[in-house]
Design a protein around this ligand. Structure first.
Ligand code: GDP
Ligand code: MG
Length: 737
């Protein structure tokens, strides 16, 4: 049986995976492309006496060398020379999808277009003349509905015929306008004469890539023939200057315009006819003229975010109190019914006061997620990205960066891990790096309980306002750092951004519930697994080895001295039962005894492993107003930010004696000596900016292509955070706060 390799390519979400599954069934194999983390899926389809090995290329919009996916797809086509590319085109977004098709044709590989999602196109009133499209493009076009397997058989038949004939198509040469065409011709001649890279690529294609400033081809060319490369680059520079002067455009933009022009001209020749879904589009447009208005839009956006926080804090206040009450009750029961000892301490201080502190905020998280789900499902979040694109450009970021920021918790409650992954849609490596290094500054779901705790303890009457300010500060910080990075370590040009705005939709109740539930459950599950595990470890670090015998002895002596000095009063305390009123002398003695017990508990914590670390850091951290207990929590926060809350819970639980005065952790913090609103602000600032959690660091290292960047983000962020916290704390102290 003869074996033939086919590549499956197309834009993301065009139905590639669906078609791949339909063609190969269970005969699949998943691996990686050599040397990179891009997933490579292979499968087999047997048709009569031919075995088709089908490779699912990464989904891309283009074939430039801006993103890893594009380089992988291109390299595969050039090096492995598949017999044909099955290019999946989303019929509902024909114009944008054909942009990629055109680039396959320019590369000169045999293309078969699978015109997919015909059903969706029909629903939207789009009809496409497949035959005419095929004739004008000069490639076979087969209509498919991958989800139902329709058109699969015909697609394979056509492929069989193309492969069987073994015809190599004429590569497509588009005109890019007089200036560029002239330069390309000149360059093509030089490239052909010297044979630069022509063993793999067509000469005109190499010239085109030089014109497009393609990093991969540029560096290959420079290595192969520095002199010729310099001469080609000089031609490009001349055209670039000319185009800049006459049209204020870069060659890349002119080239893209002409490609789209080519597509438009094909579509207008009766290939595409659209019966508009007028009403919805019209309504969306009208809404957009207000919501994305240059002046009103940003104000409305701020109001929406403000409203979200107001909504969240107002409606979650009561359920949060209930939950805190529940954990308080649970702790009380454990206090009464469990025998003293390590197990009791682990259960109360490590688990109930630690993890319970994180779980206490579940209602708040839930309301926040509900609001976010509404903004996303309605289509408003896309508008936020659209509006912020203008701002982002100023700071050297890209429109697609906005989405990564929002996913990471830009408004609230996201996660930096998917945020870092979302930067994959960024084409420019530099913009991508700047984005993925700054998304961890957003207020992810793990930081929320930390902020909520501190806000509840010190700014209880202005919760929404403080949360709003926190959000603004985190964005300002992220953008300024991005600007700093883009003008130092990752300097370079910006790339253009086109964004489609989906029509507004009224979210369905079910959709909102599902989204809210998914995310809330994720939060709860993380608290019950990862955070629980870390809490137990931290409890152990905060418990062992305990105070040395000599120190314990000292407290015991102190106690005995007091008791023997006034035996009658001691006797009274001993005999009194819970809740009985004591004489004035007994009250005083009890107070003194409690004082000793408190100092004893504090000493035990101080002498523990974690306590020693916290104390050692105190000489430095005091500049930001953090005492040794806070230091323990912050060190724990390197693992995951929720741990800051659980660790503070454990620390204040271990150090606590007088059970009658317990309350929620926020109440304890508000009462604790050494804590004031300024301390809370300093801690909020530090938590906002310091090292990303462990999982995020791993993810950053992987996506940025090296541990260097993971380490960079840990060190840089922590130094930045500490500096800011010190500035805030010192300035605040000077001003008398
Ligand atoms: P990929 O990103 O290109 O791999 O796209 P997927 O194969 O994951 O498909 C994206 C979505 O489109 C999935 O929800 C599919 O079920 C759906 N889909 C794929 N092909 C069709 C189609 O022909 N018609 C419709 N209505 N949906 C489709
Ligand atoms: Mg896929």
């Amino acid at each position: 049986m003869s074996e033939t390799t086919l590549a499956l390519a197309g834009n993301p979400n065009s139905g590639k995976t669906t078609l791949f599954n339909a063609l190969t069934g269970a005969r699949q194999h998943v691996g990686n492309y050599p040397g990179v983390t891009v997933e490579k899926k292979e499968g087999v389809h047997v048709h009569e006496d031919r075995r088709f090995k089908i490779v699912d290329l990464p989904g891309t919009y283009s074939l430039t060398a801006y993103s890893l996916e594009e380089v992988v797809a291109r390299d595969f086509l050039v090096n492995e020379k598949p017999a044909a590319v099955i290019d999946i085109v989303d019929a509902a977004n024909l114009e944008r999808n054909l942009y990629l098709t055109l680039q396959f044709m320019e590369l000169g590989v045999p293309v078969i277009v699978a015109l997919n999602m015909i059903d969706v196109a029909q629903q939207r009133g789009i009809s496409i003349d497949t035959e005419k499209l095929s004739r004008l493009l000069d490639v076979p076009v087969v209509a498919t509905i991958a989800r139902r397997g329709e058109g699969k058989a015909e697609l394979i038949e056509v492929t069989e015929r193309i492969v069987g004939e073994g015809l190599k198509p004429q590569a497509l040469d588009i005109s890019y306008g007089k200036d560029i065409d002239q330069a390309l011709a000149e360059m093509e001649a030089q490239i052909t004469a010297a044979g630069l890279l022509t063993d793999v690529y067509r000469a005109r294609w190499v010239a085109l890539k030089y014109m497009e400033n393609d990093e991969q081809i540029l560096s290959l060319g420079r290595k192969a023939d520095p002199q010729l490369s310099a001469s080609l680059e000089a031609i490009v520079a001349k055209v670039t200057d000319h185009l800049k002067a006459t049209h204020d455009l870069y060659p890349e933009a002119v080239i893209a315009d002409h490609r789209y022009g080519f597509i438009k001209s094909i579509l207008q020749q009766g290939v595409l006819s659209v019966k508009h879904d007028r009403d919805r589009l019209y309504l969306s447009d009208r809404i957009d003229s207000v919501l994305t208005n240059r002046f009103a839009g940003p104000l409305i956006m701020l109001a929406v975010v403000w409203g979200l926080y107001q909504f969240t804090f107002t409606y979650s206040a009561l359920p949060v109190t209930w939950l805190e009450g529940f954990f308080g009750w649970l702790g009380g029961m454990a206090e009464v019914y469990l025998p003293d000892g390590l197990i009791k301490s682990l259960l109360i201080s490590g688990i109930i006061d630690g993890v319970g502190g994180v779980l206490g905020f579940v209602p708040l998280i839930m309301f926040m997620f509900l609001g976010i789900a509404f903004l996303e499902d309605s289509g408003y979040m896309a508008r936020v990205a659209f509006m912020l694109d203008r701002v982002f450009r100023v700071f050297g970021l890209h429109g697609s960066s906005v989405m990564a920021f929002i996913v990471s918790g830009g408004i609230a409650g996201g996660c930096a891990v998917p945020g870092v992954m979302a930067t994959r849609t960024l084409k420019s490596k530099r913009e991508r790096l700047a984005t993925l290094l700054t998304v961890p500054f957003m207020n992810c779901g793990a930081k929320l309980p930390v902020f909520a705790l501190l806000v509840a303890a010190f700014f209880a009457s202005h919760e929404a306002l403080v949360m709003f300010i926190i959000t603004l500060v985190s964005w300002a910080g992220a953008l300024l750092v991005a600007k700093l990075l883009r003008s130092t370590v990752v300097k370079g040009e910006s790339t253009p951004f086109v964004m489609e705005l989906p029509p507004y939709r009224l979210p369905t109740f079910k959709g909102l519930l599902i989204h809210t539930w998914e995310r809330t459950w994720q939060y709860v599950r993380k608290a019950g697994t990862v955070i629980l595990g870390i809490s137990v470890v931290l409890w152990a670090l905060m418990t062992f080895p305990g105070a040395p015998d000599a120190v314990q002895q000292q407290f015991e002596t102190e106690r005995q001295t007091l008791l023997t000095a006034a035996p009658a009063v001691a006797q009274e305390i001993n005999n009194a039962f819970e809740g009985a009123s004591l004489s004035a002398a007994a009250e005083t003695l009890q107070g003194e005894l409690d004082g000793i017990a408190a100092r004893e508990a504090e000493a035990a914590l101080r002498y523990s492993v974690a306590g020693r670390i916290g104390t050692a850091l105190e000489s430095l951290s005091q500049w930001a107003g953090f005492d040794w207990r806070t230091n323990i929590a912050l060190v724990g926060g390197f693992a995951a930010k929720e741990v800051v809350v659980s660790t503070l819970g454990t620390a204040y639980s271990l150090g606590e004696v007088d059970t009658e005065e317990t309350g929620s952790l926020s109440e304890k913090l508000a009462r604790a000596p050494g804590w004031r609103p300024l301390t809370a602000i300093s801690l909020i600032v530090f938590t906002m900016f310091y090292a990303p959690c462990f999982v995020s660091v791993v993810c950053i290292a992987r996506e940025a292509g090296g541990w260097k960047w993971g380490a960079f983000s840990m060190v840089f962020n922590t130094v930045l955070a500490f500096t800011l916290a010190v500035v805030v704390y010192q300035a605040g102290s000077l001003l008398g706060f």
